[in-house]
Design a protein around this ligand. Sequence first.
Ligand SMILES: Nc1ncnc2c1ncn2[C@@H]1O[C@H](COP(=O)(O)OP(=O)(O)OP(=O)(O)O)[C@@H](O)[C@H]1O
Ligand SMILES: [Mg+2]
Length: 665
Amino acid sequence: MEQAATQVRKQEARRKEGGKKREERKKAPEAAELSEGVEFLPVKEGWKIVEEYWVVEPYAKVKIVEIPELGGQKAYYVEEVQLTREERRAVDKLIDILSVELEPPASFEADVRQHIIEQARRLAEKYRSAVRVPKASWGKVLYYIERDLVGYGPIEVLMRDYKLEDISCDGVDRPIHVWHRDHESIPTNVVFRNRDALREFVVKLAHMSGKHISAAFPIVDAMLPGRHRLAATYGEEVSPKGSTFTIRKFRERPFSIVELLESGNIDSWTAAYLWLMIENKMTVMVIGATAAGKTTFLNALTNFFKPGFKVVTIEETPELNLPHENWVQLTSRESYGLGASKVGEITLYDLVRLSLRYRPDYIIVGEVRGAEAFVLFQAMATGHGGMSTMHAESLWAAIRRLTSPPMNVAPAYIPAMNIATYVERTLLPDGRVGRRMRNLWEVEDYDKYREIVRWDPATDKHAIVGSSVHLATVAARVGKSVEEVMEEIERRRTVLEWMKLKGIKDTRDVFVWINRYYINPREVYELARSELEELRVKPKPPIVAPLPREEVVVQVAARPAPRAAQSEALARLRALSTMVRARMAGGPPLSREAAAVLKALYELGGQGDRAAISRRSGLPQQALSKALSELARRGFAEVSITYTGEGAKTIYKLTPEGERAAAEL
Ligand SMILES: Nc1ncnc2c1ncn2[C@@H]1O[C@H](COP(=O)(O)OP(=O)(O)OP(=O)(O)O)[C@@H](O)[C@H]1O
Ligand SMILES: [Mg+2]
């Protein structure tokens, strides 16, 4: 409370200062009134208004305009009701009285905003004679009290407009820019005109997030109330053009996987594939550039967690938002010591180590940057499910970063990341900008990445471009054939398509239906299938466009690990049953059944479907499944999927290694 009171007093001092200036500029036009060093530029006559909507009806409205002088560029114009002089005086006076007489709320649970509004009403009644507010002005007055006392002052409307994702101010005399959901990056009419005012505002933002910013500590990366992410610089210390700030707004309701499906970010086959992989605790890394949508994508993938999964998330600033109950959220903490002393610092590295004690099914590191990557990979290599995002321009760049300081993940650990996806904010064929998962790879070894899905920028569609080895691993683990696993993906795809069509896309609802599917898969699938049939909707089969396999060799700097660590790492890797084995030339001899299937495939000219292989090898179904899984695991056979009118058809092919092995039989 004391901090709030100090803030209010400071604001008050500034307001008085501003008030004096205002009186000096008596004739300034109302709409362009300069309050607290901030100017709201007015909409000029003749500009085209593309769209307008209320943000706080009837006090604050937004107009999206086209500015002819700038070649029709769009801009975001805030229009707030203006206060008359008497009303402004009443607002100032009430804020004054509130800062002295404000009583703390009765319980911690109370909504602070609501509490202050109620107190303001109470005090206004009490000081009726001192603060004469006509009934009609009361709403306006309350709006400004809330805006200036507990809100974000001049950027209140920007903060309240749910259509804005980012708000950034690059310095004085430059319009604040926003990222608008429908209009992308556009300037606003809000301009800080005064360096001191901007500096004070940045201090206020830092205080609101419980942090300190000053000449001695001129940068802050923090969380504002409402979980909005703030990054700011103070004065000219590190930003010669004056203080700056940028706010990444938190989405109260995170994007669900169905919303990503709907917007074309991902296709239903890939989503269903990831669902199956995640159920089986495969590890996933989301790679991409700044603001590509990595965290959003990762968050949506958590929709697939089994209801009983224990999840630990580890972040610097808490952005992830899961509907699961069994979820431990950990955040790192900066040192509270001064200068180089690291007193009290708790790093991501500490937290990842701690998280292992929680016996999690999944450890999620919001973003890996440093030494924590090393521990995360160790954890993933020992059978924990893991997920993370990483800033990199490509998969290769990501691998290079992972294997160099400060992350220092040993190349032998890289395959502990089973699946890598690359997401991007990109231009779509129709000229819009959208977010897309561009590629999905399965990691076979630190120098072998198998591209499974690729997004085509020309058609805005995802296609299956390679055959999966992880599906065989999952099949072997659950004791099913690859076909059965493929059919399972088909069923989940149907359920996802159904949710999309029915508009079941709120994260909570998606969570409920996915849980239901886990509990009663048949029933949910039947419901989805029959409803789709009733509606005469047939989900389109996924596009399968096999491409020549790309083998990529990543140059990893030769950096011999200490012998002991290396052999320990190798021993752990060997012990892993969950990991897909790299192709081995040698290895233990094949089982009798596997050898028979290898021979059959060879005689069939290198490929064949299940029925043909079964006929030729004479193996019954179950033995055949086992043998095929064994061959896939050994890298002797690959599975490729063809979609026909009836559904998925699976073809088994010999790999070059398989052919060699068969020839030797
Ligand atoms: N598929 C999507 N559709 C619409 N908006 C999206 C989508 N994905 C992300 N966004 C929005 O883009 C912004 C950036 O997203 P996000 O935080 O996920 O990106 P990021 O890559 O993790 O960023 P950073 O590099 O800062 O970690 C957010 O405001 C988010 O709401
Ligand atoms: Mg992120």
